[in-house]
Ligand binder design. Sequence first.
Ligand code: MTE
Length: 331
Amino acid sequence: MLFKRKRGWEVAERDITPESTFINRRSLIKGLAAGPLLLASGSLAGCWDEATANSAVQIAAAPPDPTTDLYPVERNPRYKVSRAITDEADSTVYNNFYEFGSHKSISRAAQALSIRPWTVTLDGMVEKPITIGIDDLIRQMPLEERVYRHRCVEAWSMVVPWSGFQLSKLVELAKPLSSAKYLTMQTFMDPDNAPGQKQHWYPWPYVEGLTMEEATNELAFMVTGVYGKPVPRQMGAPLRLAVPWKYGFKSIKSIVRFTFTDKRPVSFWEEIQGTEYGFWANVNPQVAHARWSQATERTLSGGRVPTQLYNGYGEQVAHLYKGMTGERLFT
Ligand code: MTE
């Protein structure tokens, strides 16, 4: 049972069932070992409520982020949105980060994430694998601010002023071989501090992937900051992806590893329920999710707006998918 205070933007849970309530057969069988509590809840994910998250978590004061001096960075005027930027007070307390709970109120629990020391590994089909400290990485990248739309598959959305650098810059640093076709990204693994990772019916660690063409598209952005400050833990510190033409689950948080490969990766949600959360997951208002319409979205600022094809970024990305047949590009 999930006890939640209703906010203005929230629709009834019965209208949109979160992806968390649908776990595939394999995960379910693994999960049965977790005992009767889960079975009684009727939802594998609903067993950890907000009260648990907000009261039981004891968090030591975090040291200041060592990149604070870098922000704010200059806004790139090429990336702007006609809608107003979502209030920081709203977007930083309504998050999906299953490592810290399968509900939206994980912001406090996520403060347990230790973000220093933090290293990032670039490996797989590259000239030479590299492991680099996050501060060395961030300080050598050309930082800028981009205002992007952010559209969750659950049909809520926001407008966010991300700071960071183009993913193509990281690809340049990695020097992938020409045989690399995909980029796989992986989140940290730390069940002691991220108790969601003890829920062993999920296929941890969180993994996502892009084709090399997608990864080097101008829109694919590595986020290191937001609202003119280092990105907070609940939004994926110290390094997360923003691919705004795709549903939000593709924008993996708190990345530790980038692996170049010639095999298409199976991402976290694809492994859990591949018929509903595919590899491509491009936003399309005309292709409904198996259980709800994608025609409109409720904004965290309040109100409902029409959803746009590729979330409004068709000019930059539609060519990537031209002539592709036999692929579920929009689910
Ligand atoms: N990355 C990790 N590691 N774990 C997650 O649970 N949730 C995804 C994505 N990245 C998730 C993740 C989903 S479903 C969405 S909608 C976005 O993060 C939410 O990002 P936000 O909380 O910054 O809005």
